[in-house]
Design a protein around this ligand. Structure first.
Ligand SMILES: NC(=O)c1ccc[n+]([C@@H]2O[C@H](COP(=O)([O-])OP(=O)(O)OC[C@H]3O[C@@H](n4cnc5c(N)ncnc54)[C@H](OP(=O)(O)O)[C@@H]3O)[C@@H](O)[C@H]2O)c1
Length: 205
């Protein structure tokens, strides 16, 4: 997957694991959000200098050896969903070319404006993975409603409780794994589809 570009909207929250995996697989990942949250896979300021201070006998990097994180990197840009055009402009600069993948989990009131603003940053037919919450405020299930019809979309519908245990809420790891499965489907060229993670039923305590 080396050399490809992904835009992850809300990739510093519960989608951080998805950002990390893509980065480790060599993707150039752009993460707009309001605040900087360091990811485990990021090369932090000063890391290059620290790596150069190796013990005696250390053999420096040679072409052909595996580079840290497969050569990918994550770039955070400060952006707010309530300023979608500014968000798109900053993301475009950081992407440095059309995005091959969009992963998004955006609060309902900003979803249309932000997805609309970033559509032009996507390569032709680049796939989209969108996470949708479980029950709406009225207690009904949100209907799958892909917003970018020119881009095959894997909708990840979140359940209310774990798939493995009706006595606990959907775990963050279950969400990350489900979204990563959707990313694989998207990159394998699947047509638009919806997959549910967890179960849609009241939590039994
Ligand atoms: N991707 C997510 O993790 C996500 C997305 C939607 C809903 N939720 C729901 O939110 C609940 C709390 O989880 P959480 O604390 O991780 O969620 P959160 O506070 O909603 O933040 C989730 C992600 O969205 C970003 N974000 C939130 N508001 C934003 C805004 N106005 N503009 C730009 N970026 C924004 C956050 O980064 P900043 O705070 O730095 O901006 C973070 O990356 C969860 O129960 C989940 O169901 C999570």
């Amino acid at each position: 997957m080396a050399g490809r570009k992904a835009l992850i909207l809300a990739g510093t929250g519960m989608l951080a694991r998805v950002a990390e995996v893509l980065t480790q697989e060599g993707w150039h990942v752009v993460l707009p959000s309001r605040r900087y949250h360091p990811l485990d896979c990021e090369l932090r300021p000063g890391a290059a200098a620290r790596r150069s201070m190796r013990p005696p006998g250390h053999r420096p990097y040679r072409p052909g050896t595996i580079r840290p994180w497969g050569g990918g990197r994550a770039i955070w840009v400060e952006a707010h969903w309530d300023r979608p055009r500014e968000l798109a402009a900053k993301a475009e600069l950081a992407l440095r070319g059309p995005a091959d993948l969009l992963v998004a989990w955006i609060h309902e009131q900003y979803r249309r404006s932000v997805m609309g603003a970033v559509e032009s940053l996507l390569a032709d037919e680049a796939p989209v993975v969108e996470v949708r919450g479980g029950l709406s405020g009225t207690g009904t299930v949100e209907p799958p409603d892909p917003l970018l019809p020119l881009h095959p979309t894997q909708v990840v519908q979140l359940g209310t409780v774990s798939a493995y245990d009706a006595h606990r809420s959907l775990a963050q790891e279950e969400i990350a794994e489900g979204v990563l499965d959707a990313v694989r489907r998207a990159l394998n060229g699947h047509a638009t589809s919806t997959h549910q993670i967890g179960q849609l039923r009241p939590l039994v305590r």
